[in-house]
Design a binder for this molecule. Structure first.
Ligand code: NAD
Length: 320
């Protein structure tokens, strides 16, 4: 199946990396009917072709969508290019330990994408997420609003799910964010967590739930370590992240001005500059429209700054 040019109008998304995350993301895009074209690119061309064939056979049950295994020239005219490659994650490696190997892959991929497309939005999923997002920003030379990482969108969803279960509230109505690194140093923003506009500590007594920060911190640890726990059991995580990526793409393609905790370049944000990290941002057709400054507590601010230092050190250690 060679690279094909499709004369199709409508949104186009390129996915580099046809592994568990890339393929599930393509599937999610298809069943949400968000794009007219999905091109899948992988160094393992057979794998990309197999995924494209399998997905195409689902088109009659979903939405008209052209899906094919392509090469970098197919990134031309893509609205979004997602980077979901990996050198091969081992369970004992932390996300930060993966930096060197995946940075080498990013050095190959990003110039290949930008050769054919200077206007797209780059959406990074590859871990360690914040360092790879920063790498994509530097390697592409794109403006900061057009380079984002999936960041703590997934971690935040995990925490909202767990809090929803604990409080017996629809997780869509639980507003609690995790910011900072997508990984070990991430920070829960308890001081601003709310349900129905009521801060968590005031909500609990109203609804006959014990407010115990130790309990909530246990839920946070469960959310933070969920990736490791899932990988221990099934080797990969891909469903929830694929849905998170779909939400990010929807916010961008539909110009929704959605608030999501994606990773992006921070400049003078609560004492943090010159690194990509997750905080709530407004996302629309231009990518990051605005970074929202959170009124954090002293401890949260200090933990967030520590998270930034950790990411910076890793970025520096690989020459970024
Ligand atoms: P995977 O091993 O299943 O797939 C990786 C794919 O990348 C493979 O198909 C491989 O052939 C391809 N690849 C490797 N080098 C390449 C190159 N130079 N050019 C093109 N393709 C290349 O991995 P996965 O489970 O799909 O995960 C992908 C990445 O997403 C990993 O870094 C993983 O840690 C990360 N991830 C991030 C989140 C998040 O929330 N940010 C969640 C889950 C996974």
């Amino acid at each position: 199946m060679s690279s094909v040019k499709h004369d199709v109008d409508g949104p186009k998304v390129a996915i580099v990396g046809a592994g568990a995350v890339g393929a599930t993301f393509a599937y999610s895009l298809l069943i949400h009917g968000l794009t007219s074209q999905i091109v899948i690119i992988d160094v393992d061309k057979n794998r990309a072709e197999g995924e494209a064939m399998d997905l195409n056979h689902g088109v009659p049950f979903a939405y008209p969508t052209k899906i094919w295994a392509g090469d970098y020239s197919d990134c031309e005219d893509a609205d979004l290019v997602t980077i979901a490659v990996d050198k091969g994650q081992r369970i004992e490696q932390s996300r930060l330990e993966l930096a060197e190997g995946n940075f080498q892959i990013m050095k190959q991929i990003i110039p290949n994408v930008t050769r054919y497309n200077q206007e797209c939005i780059l959406l990074v999923v590859t871990n360690p997420l914040d360092v790879m997002t920063y790498a994509a920003l530097k390697l592409s030379g794109f403006p900061k609003n057009r380079v984002i990482g999936s960041g703590t969108v997934l971690d935040t969803a995990r925490l909202r799910y767990l809090l929803g279960e604990y409080l017996q509230v629809d997780p869509r109505n639980v507003h609690s964010y995790i910011i900072g690194e997508h990984g070990d140093s991430e920070v829960p923003v308890w001081s601003l967590a709310n349900i129905g506009g009521i801060r968590l500590k005031d909500y609990c007594p109203i609804c006959d739930v014990r407010y115990d920060l130790d309990d909530f911190n246990k839920l946070f640890l469960e959310a933070k370590n969920a990736g490791y726990e899932i990988i221990k059991r099934k080797g990969r995580t891909f469903y929830a992240v694929a849905l998170g990526l779909t939400k990010i793409v929807e916010s961008i393609l539909r110009n929704e001005n959605t608030v999501l905790t994606v990773s992006c370049l921070l400049e003078d944000y609560l004492g943090v500059s010159g690194i990509c990290l997750s905080v709530p941002v407004i996302l629309n057709r231009n990518g990051v429209k605005r970074v929202i400054e959170l009124p954090l507590s002293e401890n949260e601010r200090s933990d967030f700054q520590k998270s930034a230092e950790i990411i910076k050190n890793v970025a520096h250690s690989i020459g970024l």
